[in-house]
Design a protein around this ligand. Structure first.
Ligand SMILES: Nc1ncnc2c1ncn2[C@@H]1O[C@H](COP(=O)(O)OP(=O)(O)OP(=O)(O)O)[C@@H](O)[C@H]1O
Ligand SMILES: [Mg+2]
Length: 240
C-alpha cells in the first residue's frame, strides 16, 4: 500500500533540472533507500515530498494518515552540529517543536522530552546540556528526538550518518531500525554510501541527474545492477 504516490515530479532551478519527471511510490512501513552521487537531486526530491519546496510539475498524493503533513512527516538532517542552536539546551531543543506546534501544554512538555530522550537512548540528565557538550552521535540522537517529537508517521533521513565517525554510524543506524519497528514508521533514507543503503533499505532507488534510473530490492540492486550508473556507483564504493 502506497503511503506516498509521486507522479512525474519535476523541479528546476534556473537551467538545472534537479528533479526530472520522477514517479515513485513509498510503501507504508518500508525503508526506501535513495542513493546517487552528489547533485543528483536526492535532497531536492526529499524537500518536495515534505512540501518545503514547490514543484514545477507533477503530483504527490499523500495517504490518509498523512493528512496533518507538517506533523506527520519529519526530516532528520545530515549535520546535527548545524541544525542545533549552540545556545539552546538539549531539553529546550527537543521541547521546541512540541511547544511551537502546541502538541502538549507546557506542563506536560517536560515529560514528553524525557520520554523522547529515552526513545533515542540518551541519559535523562542530558536535558540540561548544551550541544557542544555532546558527541556527534549524541547530537544526532537529539536531532532524531526532535524529529520524533510530533509523533510522525514518515521520516526523511537525509544522510543522517554521513557526518559521523564510522564507529558510531552503526549505532545510529541500529537505533533508527529499532525506532522504525517500535513506532511503525516509514522511512525515506538518503545516502551516497551503498553499504549503508544496503543495510537499511527494503528497496533502493538509484538517482542520477534528477531521474530514478533503477529501483528494486537491495539483493537485486547490489548484486546485479542493471544500469551502468549503478554499476559505476558500486565499483566506486568497493574501491575504498
Ligand atoms: N535552492 C537551490 N537553488 C539552486 N540550485 C539548487 C538549489 N537546490 C539544489 N540545487 C541544485 O539542484 C541539483 C540537485 O541538488 P540536491 O541538493 O538535490 O542534490 P543531492 O543529490 O542531495 O546532492 P548531495 O549528495 O550533495 O546532498 C544540484 O545541481 C544543485 O546545485
Ligand atoms: Mg543532499
Amino acid at each position: 500500500m502506497a503511503l506516498i504516490e509521486i507522479k512525474n515530479l519535476t523541479k528546476t532551478f534556473g537551467p538545472t533540472t534537479a528533479v526530472d519527471h520522477v514517479s515513485l511510490d513509498i510503501i507504508k512501513g518500508e525503508t526506501l533507500g535513495l542513493v546517487g552521487e552528489s547533485g543528483s537531486g536526492k535532497s531536492t526530491l526529499a524537500r518536495l515530498i515534505l512540501k518545503l519546496l514547490h514543484s514545477d510539475a507533477g503530483t504527490i498524493i499523500y495517504g490518509s494518515e498523512l493528512e496533518r503533513l507538517r506533523r506527520d512527516c519529519q526530516l532528520v538532517f545530515q549535520d546535527p552540529q548545524t541544525s542545533l542552536n549552540p545556545r539552546i539546551r538539549v531539553g529546550e531543543a527537543i521541547a521546541e517543536p512540541i511547544l511551537i506546534n502546541q502538541l502538549k501544554p507546557k506542563a506536560e512538555a517536560k515529560a514528553r522530552v524525557l520520554e523522547l530522550l529515552g526513545l533515542v537512548k540518551l541519559p535523562l540528565n542530558y536535558v540540561r546540556r548544551y550541544p557542544h557538550e555532546l558527541s556527534g552521535g549524541e547530537r544526532q540522537r537529539v536531532g532524531i528526538a526532535r524529529a520524533l517529537a510530533s509523533s510522525p508517521k514518515f521520516l526523511v533521513l537525509d544522510e543522517p550518518v554521513s557526518a559521523l565517525d564510522v564507529s558510531i554510524q552503526v549505532d545510529i543506524l541500529q537505533l533508527l531500525k529499532e525506532l522504525k519497528e517500535r513506532l511503525k514508521l516509514t522511512y525515506l533514507f538518503i545516502a551516497h554510501d551503498l553499504q549503508v543503503i544496503g543495510y537499511m533499505s527494503d528497496r533502493i532507488a538509484v538517482m542520477k541527474e534528477g531521474q530514478i534510473v533503477e529501483l528494486g530490492p537491495p539483493a537485486e540492486i547490489l548484486a546485479t545492477p542493471h544500469h551502468p550508473y549503478t554499476q559505476k556507483l558500486l565499483a566506486s564504493t568497493l574501491k575504498i
